[in-house]
Design a binder for this molecule. Structure first.
Ligand SMILES: *Cc1c(COP(=O)(O)O)cnc(C)c1O
Length: 479
């Protein structure tokens, strides 16, 4: 047995590369990363994948080791530039963020230490870090000191947690589903509707509250609908508002909805996945008034705090419901139960073992301070106003003035179908690839969007977008 163990040990020790080997591989990886960042301005924001190759699939996982140069060349050829480049400032589609460098270093350390961030007993420092970040966000949102929350993988999971809290707080049972009512706006992010389904609530009645001309939920109509539903012996229990919709950046009337929710005892969930961090700016602070009235709230650091993907947050005004909905006990966990006053993430979220997610957020905030984040968000708000003005100078029709940093616009040609024209224009911009924009449908019309959120997006990027639009409108009109 000993000889067998020795033989196995020899092979399994390959999992721990020696210092020299670590250095050699690390150097190659760092060089590769540095090269990427140093050339980020010239790397396209979007590149269509060529149909002619099967990409990574031609290089299956094998028994034998590969070398780092080969592996990097696979990444270069098949991964790091095809499709969308979310690290580019030219990414102006969907809701971008960028991915700040110090987060990568935070992840590096988190993965080397591999601290257990789920339970205080196992990783007191890691848990404290997470809870401290939660308190920081709860603070600028305007939640009380009793607030709690969880670092999630993204906004979708955070929305799911909020919906689960609402379900459990209202104590609806399966027999009540068909009488229970949820109020949404037609502009709600689809992850909320997905969360409703996953939470087992798809048989509930879902009412879409009408929108005003700026795509915001009409609070008066919400109240009218709740009253009517109550009269009809239905059970209104949840309203979801958006603090910055994905489509247009619209902010629902958070204060009025909060008032109505409280009056009729509905759970109030706000999706601020995109808009939440704008609360750090003076303008955003004003515009997001009422956000603190919510019971639960989603805010995505991988959007408006510019972290790399994999960071969402669920905040709750009180830990009670989060705890009631997620807490479990098992015999093999008995050593981990401690009266510390510090909340363990595992007790208030679906995850047990989790990535040491706090470090990717804590490290950049500690190294940079909050100031540059605030300035970057202010810059984005102003760039959106700038683009809104300038794109009209090019002859585009625009949607409502931007409430945050999303602008909607479309070109209406003198002759021909406007939807088809804008579709062609979008394709032309994507083919050019220096900037990336996405589209949506508003009031039945094919509409272009510019979502100005990424931290690497600056004045020159928006000027580039304007010139790409101008040039391609000219070409399409000449056809
Ligand atoms: C992006 C987004 C979500 C979903 O968050 P993910 O992090 O992509 O899971 C939810 N709501 C809004 C408003 C968003 O913009």
């Amino acid at each position: 047995m000993r000889t067998q163990l020795e033989a196995l040990e020899k092979i399994s020790r390959q999992l721990e590369p020696v210092a020299g080997k670590r250095e050699a591989v690390r150097k190659k990886v760092i060089d590769y990363a540095e090269n990427f960042i140093n050339h980020i301005e010239s790397i396209k924001a979007f590149e269509l994948k060529s149909e002619s190759n099967s990409g990574l699939l031609s290089f299956p996982i094998a028994e034998d080791p590969g070398d780092i140069e080969n592996v990097i060349s696979l990444l270069k050829n098949y991964v790091d530039h095809t499709g969308l480049n979310p690290a580019s400032g030219g990414h102006l589609g969907y809701i971008p963020g960028g991915g700040i460098y110090y987060s990568a270093l935070g992840d590096y350390l988190a993965d080397v230490f591999n601290r257990y961030a789920g339970v205080y007993f196992a990783g007191p420092g890691a848990v404290q870090m997470e809870n401290m970040l939660i308190q920081w966000m709860a603070g600028f949102i305007g939640y009380p000191a009793t607030a709690a929350g969880n670092l999630t993988s993204g906004g979708s999971i955070a929305n799911l947690m909020g919906v689960v809290c609402a379900r459990d707080a209202s104590q609806i049972k399966a027999r009540d589903f068909e009488r229970s009512v949820i109020y949404l706006s037609a502009q709600v992010h689809h992850s909320v509707e997905k969360a409703i389904r996953i939470a087992g609530l798809k048989e509930c009645i879902i009412r879409y509250v009408p929108l005003d001309e700026r795509y915001r939920m009409k609070a008066d109509d919400l109240e009218r609908m709740i009253v009517l539903d109550k009269t009809n012996r239905l059970l209104p229990f949840l309203v979801v508002a958006s603090a910055g919709t994905t489509d247009t950046g619209a902010i629902d009337p958070l204060d009025e909805i909060g008032y109505t929710a409280k009056k009729h005892e509905l759970w109030y969930h706000i999706d601020a996945a995109y808009g939440g961090f704008f609360k750090l700016t003076a303008e955003g602070h004003e515009k997001l008034k009422g956000i603190e009235q919510s019971d639960t709230l989603v805010i995505d650091p991988h959007k408006s705090l510019f972290l790399p993907y994999g960071s969402g947050v669920l905040l709750a005004k009180s830990s009670n419901q989060l705890n009631a909905s997620h807490h479990y006990f098992a015999n093999y966990m008995q050593d981990a139960v401690q009266a510390t006053g510090e909340i363990s993430p595992a007790d208030i979220s679906p995850e047990l073992t989790k990535h040491f997610r706090g470090l990717r957020m804590w490290l950049p905030l500690k190294l940079l301070g909050v100031k540059p984040f605030r300035a970057c968000l202010e810059e984005k708000l102003l760039l959106a106003k700038y683009f809104y003005e300038e794109v009209q100078q090019l002859g585009f029709e625009v949607g409502p003035a931007p409430q945050l940093s999303v602008v909607t616009y479309r070109y209406v040609p003198k002759t021909g179908d406007a939807d088809a024209f804008n579709k062609q224009l979008l394709e032309a911009v994507q083919k050019d690839g220096r900037v990336f924009i996405s589209s949506t449908v508003l009031d039945g019309k094919f509409t272009l969007r510019a979502a100005i959120v990424a931290f690497r997006t600056h004045l020159s990027t928006i000027d580039l977008l304007l010139s790409v639009l101008k040039e391609n409108v000219r070409l399409l009109n000449a056809n």
